[in-house]
Design a protein around this ligand. Sequence first.
Ligand code: PLP
Length: 470
Amino acid sequence: MSPEQFRKEGKKIIDWIADYYEQIEDYPVLSQVKPGDILNSLPDAAPQQGESIDDMIKDLDEKIMPGITHWQSPNFFAYFNANTSFPSILGDLVSSGLGVQGMLWATSPAATEVETRVLDWLADMMDMPEQFRSTSSGGGVIQDTASTAALTAIIAARERVTGFKTNEDGLDKKLVAYVSSQTHSSVEKGIKIAGIGRANLRLIDVDENCSMRTDLLEQQIKEDRANGLIPFFVCGTIGTTSSTAIDPLPEIGRISKQEKCWFHIDAASLGTAMLCPEFRHLADGVELADSYSFNPHKWMFTNFDCNVFWVANRSELINTFSILPEYLRNKATESGEVFDYRDWHIQLGRRFRALKLWFVIRHYGVEGLQHLIHEHVRLAKAFENRVNDSEDFEVVVPTTMNLVCFRHKSDDAFNLKLMNTINEAGKIFFTHTKINGQVVLRMNIGQTHSEEKHVNNAWKIIQETAKTLE
Ligand code: PLP
């Protein structure tokens, strides 16, 4: 394809995406296909001769779209946000167009330096403690996901506690990690991958707000030490996946410092809220953390994948992940004046992901981002009020941010039937969880284009459908 053809075909694709967003509300939010439908609609073998972009667009419309669940629909209230925005899509397109590898400063200096600047901006925008900035002892780096960020933190914690020896000698000590029973499963996965073993992960019980009980944390750490084990890692969460519970971070931080454990904070979903000064108290205790991560690819209008991961002391990270094969040796690295981000995470190669974040922040500005977050929280509160005012439904845990956990006052089977009936009809899509053994419906409000009318309509559908099923 020549640049001229690319220009022509590229415009068709941009038009196709813009048309999609104009028509997005006409699609059933939850894909209605059955397993194998899409697979069976595709040819068994790859084409021998090249095909036209027009043919591909036709197949996108006819074969692919039926199998899409529309995460970007304003009527999508399921799971958690994974929102995007036009500036983010454009930033990502530029990154694809440039196609650079940003593994070392030397392999494309702008890829490193834009990332450094944007993550320092973000630290300022969220009023994070000084140590997380590149101009201080720490700094931020973009990872693909919160799962990878947690694994990175676990491995760095493992190295720190073993004097940076495990990478060379293997793990011969009994290290123990602590999370709450509500912590995201990605941390358990990280513990398994890092060779700590599931048997050495303690799931600390939670209180009535689903927040970690620090009395039990302290007690468990003491017990483990008495048994000759080595506590090394504690994870606290701002916004658990089930119910947006907040762990008592100042107390977890105090215990972690006292016990010389690495303290990681997972704010995957809610981290974006720290853009707004009135929500920053949720992150109190971050000053005690060794690492902190959140996902702009959830609530900050930046398309997947984009996790931001900050450490208070970058040398611990670099000591853990640095490796320099001969073919990557270069003057800039040897000068020590530059960051080589491949030393800040697991993989070597890296895309220019900072561009989409740079586009998003510059397009909306801090105030524009704050406005959207306020609006989502306001809509969630309004939805909660309606549930409280209704005779048939109840709120299960008070709404702290943009997730409303509620249920119909009848039994679990009715709630599941209600949810499935609504989701199959395709007008809106929402999901459920279990809290204290009971089915709870989750209304997560945070899609880039969700407005009051969409939330009102969702409540109307839920109420009307419940009446037809009673
Ligand atoms: N942590 C929390 C609190 C989450 O809610 C999620 C995803 O929902 C994750 C971690 C995992 O995120 P990722 O898909 O970026 O690994």
